[in-house]
Design a protein around this ligand. Structure first.
Ligand code: TRP
Length: 406
C-alpha cells in the first residue's frame, strides 16, 4: 500500500462559519468510485458567501494506493511519488498547486518597473477569455499553428518514432488530435500524457481521448510542467509537445531554465515538437494582441480581479487601461496595465501597500517573437538538435521538431 493521506472526517451538512481565515480552504468531497479509485472534485468556499455555509460533502477518506496502479510512464524512482487523483489522472503526493502565490505577486509588484508572473492570468474567467482569444480574427497564431500541424502531422509522426506523446499544457485540442490520429495510424496503440495544472482541462482531455481514441492509453498529469516531464521514464521513447508559442511568454531567466530541465528529463533519442511565433510585420503583431473586441484587454486586466480575490487587494478596474505594443529591440509584444489615475493599493491581509502612480505601467505579460533559425541555434546548447522545420505559406509561425542528442 502507498502512503495514506489526509485522514479527517467532516460530518454531513456541517456548517462551517465563514470567516476570513477560512477563505480558500479546500474540501475534498469523495464520490463513489471504482475499487481502488477515488474521484474527487475540489471545492473552494465561495468568497462572496457571508455568515456560514453548509458543507454538503460526506467526508474525506484516506486514499489507499498500490504501486501496481502506477502506470509505466513514470521513471522507477519517481513512481512512488504519484498517486491517482481519479481514474487516469495522476498528481504528486503532497503537491499543493493552489497555494496562494503571495510571494510571487508581492515581489514582482514591488520590483522596478512593476510586473507580474503570467500564471496569475489563468483563473476560471482568465481561462475562458483565453479560449476566446484563440478564436479571434486578429489572433492568427492558433489557426496558423493548427494548419501547419494538419498539413504535416504525418511527416512529424513518421520522423519521431515514439510510443508516447507528452503534451505540456493545453491538455487536448484540435492540434493534438492531428498528432494522435497519425500516431495511431502509424504505430497502433500508444500513450498520451498531457501535463496541466488544470484538473478540469485534464478531465476534458480524458473524455475526448476516450471517445475518439479508445485504443490510446491516457494518463493525465496534474502538475507543473517541470514536475510532470521530469517524472517520465527516460527509457520510454517519447515525443514532448509544447505548442501555442508558450515559450514566448517565458522571461529571460525562465526560458533557459525550462530548456535545461526539459532536456535533462529527455531520454536519448526523445523528441521535442515546439511551436514558436515568428517576427513579422509590426501591425499584424500588434493587432493580434489588441483585438477590436477588447477580449485581450479584458484577459490582461482580469488578473487584477484575481489578485484582489487572492490577497484582498483593492485594484480598481475602472481606473486602469490596457496598453500593448511591440518592442522591436526585444522582439516581443509587451502587455501592460496603466493607471488612469493614482491608485493607493492595499492588501488587507498582509499589511502591505503601494502607490500606483498615474500613467505608471505594470507589465502583465510578454509574448516573444522568434527567428526560427536563431532559435534552432540556441537550442543546440541544450542538446536539442534540429530534425525538421515546418512553417505556413506566409511564414508567420514555425513548428520545430528537435531531437535530444546525448
Ligand atoms: N503563447 C500565446 C501568445 O503569446 C498565447 C498567450 C499567452 C497570449 N499569453 C497571452 C495571447 C496573452 C494573448 C495575450 O500569443
Amino acid at each position: 500500500m502507498g502512503t495514506i493521506h489526509c485522514i479527517s472526517v467532516i460530518p454531513n451538512a456541517v456548517k462551517i462559519p465563514h470567516s476570513r481565515r477560512l477563505r480558500g480552504i479546500h474540501l475534498y468531497p469523495i464520490f463513489a468510485g471504482e475499487p481502488n479509485w477515488i474521484q474527487c472534485e475540489r471545492s473552494i468556499i465561495p468568497e462572496e458567501a457571508n455568515g456560514s455555509i453548509p458543507v454538503r460533502f460526506s467526508f474525506i477518506v484516506p486514499q489507499a494506493m498500490t504501486q501496481e496502479n502506477t502506470p509505466t510512464i513514470f521513471a522507477a524512482e519517481k513512481r512512488a511519488h504519484w498517486r491517482a487523483l481519479e481514474p487516469e489522472i495522476w498528481s504528486i503526493q503532497g503537491a499543493d498547486l493552489d497555494a496562494v502565490p503571495t510571494q510571487s505577486i508581492l515581489t514582482t509588484l514591488w520590483d522596478q518597473p512593476r510586473w507580474l508572473e503570467a500564471y496569475h492570468l489563468y483563473d476560471q474567467r482568465g481561462s475562458e477569455l483565453f479560449e476566446q482569444i484563440c478564436g479571434l480574427p486578429e489572433y492568427y497564431l492558433t489557426r496558423t499553428e493548427n494548419a501547419i500541424l494538419e498539413t504535416h502531422a504525418r511527416d512529424i509522426i513518421a520522423r519521431a518514432p515514439v510510443r508516447c506523446i507528452v503534451e505540456l499544457g493545453a491538455g487536448y485540442s484540435k492540434k493534438t488530435l492531428h498528432l494522435l490520429t497519425e500516431q495511431l495510424r502509424q504505430r497502433g496503440s500508444s500513450i498520451f500524457a498531457p501535463i496541466d495544472v488544470s484538473a478540469a482541462g485534464l478531465r476534458a482531455s480524458r473524455a475526448a481521448v476516450r471517445s475518439a481514441f479508445p485504443e490510446i492509453q491516457f494518463h493525465g498529469l496534474h502538475a507543473r510542467y517541470e514536475e510532470g516531464f521530469s517524472a517520465i521514464d527516460k527509457n520510454l521513447p517519447t515525443l514532448f509537445v509544447f505548442l501555442g508559442s508558450t515559450i514566448g511568454n517565458f522571461n529571460h531567466s525562465d526560458f533557459p531554465r525550462f530548456f535545461r530541465t526539459l532536456s535533462a528529463a529527455m531520454g536519448p533519442g526523445d523528441f521535442l515538437l515546439l511551436g514558436a511565433d515568428r517576427v513579422k510585420d509590426v501591425k499584424v503583431l500588434e493587432d493580434a494582441y489588441n483585438d477590436s473586441r477588447g477580449v485581450t484587454a479584458e484577459f490582461i486586466l482580469n488578473v487584477f480581479d484575481h489578485i484582489n480575490r487572492l490577497l484582498h487587494g483593492n485594484f480598481a478596474r475602472d481606473n486602469m487601461r490596457y496598453d500593448s505594443r511591440y518592442n522591436p529591440e526585444w522582439q516581443r509584444i509587451e502587455m501592460y496595465a496603466v493607471a488612469r489615475a493614482r491608485q493607493d493599493i492595499r492588501f488587507a491581509d498582509i499589511d502591505a501597500a503601494f502607490q500606483w502612480q498615474k500613467d505608471e505601467k505594470i507589465l502583465v505579460e510578454i509574448s516573444r517573437k522568434f527567428d526560427p533559425l536563431r532559435l534552432q541555434e540556441q537550442l543546440r546548447f541544450f542538446d536539442l538538435g534540429a530534425v525538421e522545420h515546418f512553417t505556413d505559406p506566409r511564414e508567420w509561425f514555425s513548428i520545430l521538431l528537435l531531437k535530444k542528442e546525448s
